[in-house]
Design a binder for this molecule. Sequence first.
Ligand SMILES: [Zn+2]
Length: 646
Amino acid sequence: MTLTTNAISKIFGMSGAPDDPSFTPIVQLIHVKKIDNKSTADDRYRTILSDGDRHMSGMLATQLNYLVENGTLENNDILKLDKFMINELGSGTKVVIITSCEKLGTESNRLGNPQDILKVGAVAGVGGGVNQSAAGGGGGMYGNVQNQCGMNQGMNNNQGGMSNNQGGGNPYGNNSAGNNPYGNKSSGSPIVRTAPTGGQQITPISALNMYSNRWVIRAKVTNKSDVRTWQNAKGEGTLFSITLLDSSGYDVKCTFFKESVEKFYDAIEEGKVYTFSGGRLKVANMQYNNCKSQFEITFDNNSEIHLDEEGDAIQESYDFVKIADLENMEPGSNVDILGVVKSVGDVATIISKKSGKEMTKCELVLEDDSAAEVRLTVWGKEAENAAQKFAHCPVVAFKKSRLSDFGGRSLSGGGASVNPAMANAEQLHQWWGANGNKTQARNLSSAGGGGGNRDTFESRKEVCSIKQEHLGNNDKPDYLTFKATFNFIKREKAGGDDGGGCWYTACANSGEPCKNMYKATQTSDGNWHCDKCQQTYPNCVRRFIVSACVADDSATTWVSLYNEQMELMFNGVTADQLYTEFADTGSKDSYDSAFLKATYTEWIVTCKVKQELVGDETRTKTSVVRMSPVDYAKESKNLLNALAAH
Ligand SMILES: [Zn+2]
């Protein structure tokens, strides 16, 4: 197999990421080995790459570890480096961090007779000098690392060290041992913290580096998420994330966990400028991160964050796309949009497909002077505040809104800046005043199509398609919407405690993290204890959980229904009301009559279909995520239109 000529010399001559993203050299992995480093939580793999002529050291980004662990990557494999970057360790030592690669094949031997580029230098006339500084120049403070074995050292610093070096120091890391006051710090040494003073060395986000942990960045918060809860094998807790943008034009995603959520959530405001230090870098997982920086930052309780309104304002840069052009773009990409908010929809609650959690959303319609309009969904607090924030048809710039092809084209999320001070915003405002609001814009999104909605008339399916199309067999759940009648609603709950009703007892805490969702169990003294928030309350909240059978003229299927849908079906009667009536009167009359009234009613039902493992057999589970009563007038119109189209 042919290796890219002089690839290693070229790579060695670069700083940071390649200027030309189409440079995807083919090299041989002549060595891959786990780094023996007990101080880091994550495993790391060291690599040596060769072009047959030179070789250099590197490291696999942790998200690629599985390639070694599952035996895909081995010594002498031929790799195409799709994404990589250079980290400089000082003294001209560089390592290549592979963040994305493709295995093209393998060889039985090392190809050519490669020499260590650190010993023999780059091939004459190829690549840059060895003393180039990092991309963006700036004050990256590189660790005190001299050679390849220094990689362990660099990572020790990165993981353990959180010291917060303010002021001068030696930004370019003169690497002769003993000369660098910050080098060689073991993770156990005392951590020095000083309150920021003027004149601190600011590192541009573009120059952040795995091997420097003593940076200070000055950046604007362009996006701040709601507080979310997470749960996995290691435990549970809260988190929120922010996006920072600085004057280097780079943005970076940062996350706060647990105690640091309490400490910093309220203090950090979107749109303001702060200095940040004492965070930990990791290579970003680009699947979930659309920032320009290849790193993410985790801040903890000891991080230092200070408001800085003195210095220069940080201008956001946009790369606006006209709404009419969205049709020709790839779904899944992120776009910057400048548009007039033509209308603001109602705030709605939906169940997230990914997490199963409730989320609030609000749909905006944006129009621009390309005479097209598109739906954009905002989420969480932004959705709750949408009616005020986007009132009176403002011009809004959305940064990195995600384009999807649900119902034509639609957008989701993104950092919103209302009436931004820019010339093209002013032009658009005038255009709207003069004629925009009178023209008929072409609508790229079909009604109700985006953000998980698929219940348009055109996209409806029949109940039989669950079986016929083998829905639920994929990694991600499938969704479908049909019109169907509930012909049987099971009144008994499996297990049948607590009055035998088809509900469960949930935590009385309506706020985070429980939101009346988690199960509460009665204690011996009659109170209710919740394992989620570890609190005991005098009462609980009952929530419906029901199995029912739905049918259309194609098939019948069992579905699960949860609280919201059952309250809808019971005309607003809650599980607690039914329980109380039962407890007060000792009669199940109202309980039975609620079920009787709901049986044989017709609904537009949206279901999630997913295979579950029950014991050792798989079972297709169909859950109702949304339903609405049939609007017969609208339904008839849709049917007539569909007939006319045939
Ligand atoms: Zn609770």
